[in-house]
Design a binder for this molecule. Structure first.
Ligand code: NDP
Length: 271
C-alpha cells in the first residue's frame, strides 16, 4: 500500500492521519498515512527512510517546514515565496515541494461565502503561516492586503516580495483603519491565551474574523470578535482540512470533498 507520513515535533496532536484516512475512504484510494515524531536534526534522515521504504509523499509540520524546503529538488512558486514546504512528493527519485496552507485558507473562506475580491484584508502575523497564505490571498484580487506584525521588520521583508500587488505592512498599534472586510489572525498568540494588541475599533460589525488557530472553544481573537458583533467568526479547522485536501489531490490526482470530513473532525475535536 502507498505510504504517506506527517512529520513533526511534537506530532501527537496532529489530526492529519484522521483527515487523510477519511479522504481515502471517500475516494476509494488505497493508502497508509501515519504521523511520525522526528527528533530535531533528524528530518532529512526521516525523509530518506520513507523514500527507501517506497513512500510516495509526506506532510511536514512545525518545526521542519523550512528544512523540508531545503531538501527539495523542485519547488512550486508559492512554496518559494512562502519560504516553507508542507507537502513533499517523491517522484522519479526526486523530492518535490509545495505549500498548501494558503489554498486551504482561501478555499475555506470561499466555502464560508466570504468575498475577497476588491475587499480590504488585514492579516495579523508574519510567521510561517502568514507567509504561506499571502500569494493565494493576493490571487483573489483584494483591494488591499495589510500585514501587521509585532516584529514589523518581518512584515516588511514579506511585502517586498510582492512589489506589484496592493500590499502594505505596519505594527499592530499602527492599525487604525476601521474599514476592513476580513481580518485573519495568523499569529500564535492565542495558543498561549495572549491577547493581540490591536485596537478593538478595528473590528466592526461587517467584518469577517478568521482565526487560523482552533480549539474546543472560541479562541481569544474570536471571543473579541464576538464581543464586537463581527458578522462571521471562523476558526482554522476548515483551513486544516482544506490544506490536507490540496495535498491529497497533489498525491492522488483526485479531489476529496471537505465539508463532511470537516464536520467529522469538528465532532472529534469536541470529544
Ligand atoms: P510562527 O511561530 O512562524 O509565527 C508566529 C507569529 O505569531 C509571528 O507573527 C509572531 O510575531 C506572532 N506572535 C506570537 N506571539 C505573539 C503575541 N503574544 N503577540 C503578538 N504576536 C505574536 O507560527 P506559524 O506562523 O507557523 O503559526 C501561527 C498560527 O497559525 C499557530 O497558531 C498555528 O497553529 C496556526 N496554523 C494553523 C494552520 C491551519 O491549518 N489551521 C496551518 C498553519 C498554522 P513575531 O514575528 O513578532 O514573533
Amino acid at each position: 500500500m502507498d505510504q504517506y507520513r506527517v512529520f513533526g515535533n511534537p506530532i501527537k496532536q496532529s489530526r492529519s492521519p484522521f483527515i487523510h484516512q477519511k479522504f481515502a475512504e471517500q475516494t476509494n484510494e488505497q493508502l497508509n498515512y501515519q504521523s511520525e515524531y522526528v527528533e530535531i536534526g533528524e528530518f532529512a534522515q526521516a525523509v530518506q527512510h520513507l523514500i527507501s521504504v517506497g513512500g510516495k509523499g509526506a506532510n511536514v509540520t512545525a518545526p521542519f517546514k523550512e528544512e523540508a524546503m531545503a531538501l527539495c529538488d523542485k519547488l512550486t512558486e508559492r512554496a518559494k515565496l512562502a519560504g516553507a514546504v508542507n507537502t513533499l512528493s517523491f517522484v522519479n527519485g526526486e523530492v518535490w515541494g509545495d505549500t498548501t496552507d494558503g489554498d486551504g485558507l482561501v478555499n475555506d473562506l470561499l466555502a464560508n461565502d466570504v468575498v475577497l475580491k476588491n475587499k480590504k484584508i488585514l492579516l495579523l502575523g508574519a510567521g510561517g503561516a502568514a507567509k504561506g497564505v499571502i500569494l493565494p490571498l493576493l490571487e483573489q484580487s483584494p483591494a488591499q492586503l495589510v500585514v501587521a506584525n509585532r516584529t514589523v521588520s518581518k512584515a516588511e521583508a514579506i511585502i517586498q516580495q510582492y512589489p506589484k500587488h496592493p500590499i502594505t505592512c505596519c505594527s499592530f498599534e499602527e492599525v487604525t483603519d476601521h474599514k476592513f472586510d476580513v481580518i485573519i489572525n495568523a499569529t500564535s498568540a492565542g495558543l498561549n491565551g495572549q491577547a493581540l494588541p490591536i485596537s478593538e475599533e478595528v473590528i466592526q460589525q461587517n467584518v469577517t474574523c478568521y482565526d487560523m488557530t482552533y480549539g474546543k472553544t472560541l479562541t481569544p481573537f474570536l471571543q473579541l470578535a464576538k464581543q464586537r458583533n463581527a458578522v462571521k467568526l471562523i476558526d482554522g479547522l476548515g483551513m486544516l482540512v482544506g490544506q490536507a485536501a490540496v495535498s491529497f489531490a497533489i498525491w492522488r490526482n483526485t479531489q476529496p470533498e471537505t465539508k463532511q470530513v470537516l464536520a467529522l473532525l469538528r465532532e472529534e475535536i469536541l470529544k
